[in-house]
Ligand binder design. Structure first.
Ligand code: GRG
Length: 300
């Protein structure tokens, strides 16, 4: 039996707020064909942990200055991150990529609908995210740039390409790190960087938080690979044991489970140290630091 902590309770409340706003944003869309709307909603409301939106909101809370934009506007930036993340999962699950049937405990989008609809649902979520981001007061262009760079060809999309290219090869440690940074860590660091910007933080603080986010993102991906070996399919809500079969570029594959676990901790602790030094002590900082630990010290 797992015991709920204060962090779990706070996460549950925050996730609920994110979900409510995501539902409104989806309801507000106009002229979307019913099947496409249903496919987008199927994946968006399929039970994700909402880590990226919460990370963004709590980083904003911890860094908030008098120049900060209102939290309601930050919630929309957080929702757009979840839309982009969900698009990436839909496309990652497609037969041409990871060919997965289970995601967030439900049939993947192409299984529940069809392949063409799943591609369009991903495209729809990605573009809707930027329409939402364009409405961000004062920092719209900056925030769109940060998130586009992280999600685009020099970030997540490029990381996915190199990940596919590396399948079945013996990649160098430098390549594994680059794939993990681009495919996953960029979309963990981006919400933290965007949060620091909309919080009105000083440039040096924005850079510190981004560096912390990259280390935490590397730890998050490394822990994802550990969970692919020791995780439980029901708890995770997705298939496990696929990385080794597909010859994926993972630390477990490259250096074995124990060393990969050590590496995960190393990345995680470096991220925690960098984040600690970027924050003023206080409740918001403690809560964010607890969440940053949960990114890599986790069972789902
Ligand atoms: C298709 C352009 C494109 C990119 C795909 C996200 C991604 C890149 C691949 C997903 C495969 C994967 C296992 C990535 C590792 C880390 C990761 C992104 C895990 C899923 O994120 P969670 O754990 O998922 O936050 P939930 O469902 O909780 O939102």
């Amino acid at each position: 039996m797992t015991v709920a902590t204060d962090l779990d309770t706070a996460l549950k409340i925050e996730r609920k707020g994110v979900d409510t706003r995501l539902r409104s944003l989806m309801r507000e869309t106009r002229g979307v064909p019913t099947r496409l709307h249903r496919a987008m909603s199927h994946s968006l409301f399929g039970g994700g942990k909402r880590l990226r939106p919460v990370l963004l909101l709590w980083t904003y809370d911890a860094l908030r200055t008098r120049q900060a934009i209102p939290r309601e506007a930050v919630l929309d930036v957080a929702c757009s991150l979840e839309m982009i993340h969900t698009y990436s999962l839909i496309h990652d699950d497609l037969p041409a990529m990871d060919d997965d049937v289970l995601r967030r405990g439900h049939p993947t989008c192409h299984v529940a609908f069809d392949e063409a609809t799943a591609i369009l649902a991903g495209d729809g979520l990605l573009t809707l995210a930027f329409s939402v981001l364009a409405r961000t007061p004062r920092h719209g262009a900056t925030v769109m740039g940060i998130i586009a760079d992280a999600a685009g060809p020099s970030g997540m999309v490029g990381g996915q390409q190199e990940d596919l290219d590396a399948e079945g090869t013996k990649p160098s440690p430098a390549l594994v790190r680059r794939i993990h940074r681009n495919k996953t860590a960029s979309l963990i660091a981006a919400p933290m960087r965007a949060a620091a910007v909309v919080a009105g933080a000083h440039m040096s603080r924005i850079e510190e938080v981004t560096k912390a986010g990259l280390q935490l993102g590397l730890a998050f991906q490394a822990s994802d690979d550990l969970l692919d070996v020791i995780g439980d399919e029901q708890t995770l809500g997705k298939s496990v044991g696929k990385d080794a079969d597909a010859g994926k570029a993972t630390w477990v594959g490259l250096e074995g489970f124990d060393k990969a676990r050590e590496r995960t901790r190393r990345y995680g602790r470096t991220g925690e140290r960098l984040l600690t030094s970027a924050l003023q002590p206080g409740r918001a900082a403690s809560r964010l630091l607890e969440l940053s630990r949960r990114l890599w010290d986790r069972d789902r």
